[in-house]
Design a protein around this ligand. Structure first.
Ligand code: AGP
Length: 608
């Protein structure tokens, strides 16, 4: 996510803003900038790269004197990382400037409306639309201009805004992206998160959706989106800085698990318009999509596991063949790519060497490559022919959770889109599936709130030596990811197995008390999986079942059952993976492992 810091008060603003932004670096970013009012005009300095670049450009803020300013670290969503796309953005005469965290979903329509009125755009960002829209509505009353903009924009935002005409004020507002304001004897602050201003004050106010804050050097006022003044009570922060960076969570991994409802929403909602799926970034007509004869999905690790789910979902919904490859295998097996095929590479970091090599191999053979990527402007994003971003924001924990969940959403959307244009999904089923997709964030939230039950169960397996995950079809794909989550952070050996395959050898490893997690979310396979559970129980296994609420029959074969809410079976991975993520997490915590930075692992494997 982007980081926002603003200050107005008795002290020089730039050093305070730079210090605050440094406390938000953990959020991940690719550029940084500041706008400071110097007594006559707003000065803006911004650049791609680390915060150090901005510090050097401004000599620690010395070249930008002034007592009022806003600053930003950008995590790119629209527009690659470069100086022009960095924030702050501004209107033509630089009398209004804005920093933004979030996604303006209707920015294209607004950009067109403003262009038709003569506004000229210099960046590729959604944020620049806000600067010109504020200009469009500003007639001398900044609060009125801000609230009018809020009535026009859709999507998520946290904003810091400066008006050169009103240099003794900063305006701030938010919707769905975090923003706090704070006050000390030396001034008032805005920030995306507590760590940025904790050094200056522990007295903060949490801004609610569509509230507008007018900050002056020694006081602030709160308003509704209809300009009615509000009273808000401050909160005193008890956290230390380190805890605050994790927003109170013990680990980034847990924080990122809890961000999954938002990640799913941010990846899903911009691509659902008028009850249809619109994936503009495919740059393919419906006819071109319908003409696809085969898809090759290539990735590594958890991204590969998402791809295995993608195979089942795309083949099930679109009825075209899908091959899934580990990128490290694909690049050396001289793959047979047939006419009419598309290659889809999946990568959170967009820098994984094997996946990048697979992309280059595919392009060298003349095949179009779609990248499903989280890091905007990453190598894979830049080299793919088209990119479908997963808007999960920066993922700090080495073990992926929210990015994996976003990858699943991207694959569901792709499968439904192709299925629809090929006439394989009838309108009622399509509409019902859209409804199921929209329910996923709340259902994930509900499963996450089940964490204490999972933690209790996990504590029983802190000493485990071998854990098996079994499932059939999509449940096998879920098992792959559940097993990896446990392995990579708790260092306990684990295997995922196609449930029907266990009896062909591996079942010999099952001993008294061996934990077998059976995933069963596919109704047509419920009975088969129960048979496999009975097989392992007969050899002494303790069987944990993860299944749908309707599947009560499983209780006769399971020792412990975790139920997930009803959803379309094609989307069940998004729900079943939540208890498995929590299980791996709590076993690792119970073992005292370094959950966020497991031994031997890197967040992005940029070497072969
Ligand atoms: C996931 O928890 C692992 N950290 C790892 O398997 C990861 O998914 C894999 O290295 C691929 O990374 P990428 O998505 O950045 O390409």
């Amino acid at each position: 996510m982007c980081g926002i810091v603003g200050y107005i008060g008795k002290k020089q603003a730039a050093p305070i803003i730079l210090d605050g932004l440094s406390k938000l670096e953990y959020r991940g970013y690719d550029s940084a900038g500041m706008a400071i009012y110097d007594g006559e005009k707003i000065n803006i300095t911004k650049s791609v790269g680390r915060l150090k670049v901005l510090e050097n450009l401004t000599r620690g803020g010395e070249t930008m004197p002034g007592f009022c300013g806003i600053g930003h670290t950008r995590w790119a969503t629209h527009g690659v990382p470069n100086d022009t796309n960095a924030h702050p953005h501004f209107n033509a005469d630089e009398t209004i400037t804005v920093v933004h965290n979030g996604i303006i979903e209707n920015y294209l329509q607004l950009r067109q409306m403003l262009a038709d009125k003569g506004y000229r755009f210099v960046s590729d960002t959604d944020t620049e639309v806000l600067a010109h829209l504020l200009d469009y509505y500003y007639k001398g009353n900044p609060l009125e201009a801000v609230t009018k903009v809020l009535h026009r924009v859709e999507g998520s935002y946290a904003l810091g805004i400066l008006f050169a005409d009103c240099p003794d004020q900063i305006f701030a507002t938010r919707k769905d992206s975090p923003l706090i304001v704070g006050q000390s004897d030396e001034g008032c602050f805005i920030a995306s998160d507590v760590p940025a201003i904790l050094k200056y004050t522990r007295k903060v106010y949490y801004v609610d959706n569509q509230e507008v804050v007018r900050l002056r050097a020694d006081h602030m006022h709160f308003y509704t989106v209809d300009e009615e003044e509000l009273r808000k009570d401050p909160v005193t922060i008890e956290w230390d800085t380190d805890a605050a960076e994790k927003a109170g969570y013990e680990h980034f991994m847990l924080k990122e698990m809890y961000e999954q409802p938002k990640t799913v929403t941010d990846t899903l909602m911009p691509r659902i318009k008028d009850d249809d799926i619109v994936i503009e970034e495919l740059h393919m007509t419906d006819e071109e999509l319908a003409a696809l004869k085969k898809i090759h999905i290539v990735a590594c690790g958890s991204a590969y596991h998402a791809g295995v789910t993608g195979k089942y979902v795309i083949e099930g919904l679109a009825r075209i063949p899908v091959e899934v490859d580990l990128a490290s295998e694909f690049r050396y097996r001289d793959p047979i790519l047939e006419e009419g095929s598309m290659v889809v590479v999946i990568s959170q970091s967009g820098e994984t060497a094997d996946t990048l090599a697979a992309l280059r191999e595919s392009k060298a053979r003349g095949f179009k490559v779609l990248g499903i990527v989280n890091v905007v402007g990453s190598s894979i994003a830049r080299e793919a022919d088209n990119v479908m971003y997963t808007w999960a924001g920066p993922e700090i924990a080495v073990a992926t959770t929210k990015a994996y969940s976003a990858q699943l959403i991207a694959l569901y959307l792709l499968a439904m889109k192709i299925g629809k244009v090929r006439g394989k999904i009838d309108p009622e089923a399509f509409s019902a599936m859209l409804g199921d997709l929209k329910c996923l964030p709340d259902q994930i939230e509900m499963l996450l709130n089940n964490k204490l039950k999972i933690q209790k169960f996990a504590n029983r397996y802190v000493g485990a030596k071998d854990v098996f995950f079994i499932g059939r079809g999509i449940d096998y794909a879920i098992s792959l990811e559940g097993s990896l989550k446990l392995k990579e952070i708790s260092y306990i050996h684990s295997e995922a197995y196609a449930a029907g395959e266990l009896k062909h050898g591996t079942i010999s490893l099952i001993e008294e008390g061996t934990l077998v997690a059976a995933v069963s979310t596919q109704p047509e396979l419920y009975a088969k999986t129960i048979s496999n559970m009975v097989e392992v129980k007969a050899r002494g296994a303790f069987v944990l079942a993860v299944t749908c609420e309707e599947n009560k029959a499983i209780e006769k074969a399971a020792d412990y059952v975790i139920y997930i809410p009803e959803t379309n079976p094609y989307f069940a991975n998004s729900l079943a993976i939540i208890p498995l993520q929590l299980f791996g997490y709590y076993v690792a915590v119970g073992k005292g492992c370094d959950v966020d930075k497991p031994r031997n692992l890197a967040k992005s494997v940029t070497v072969e």
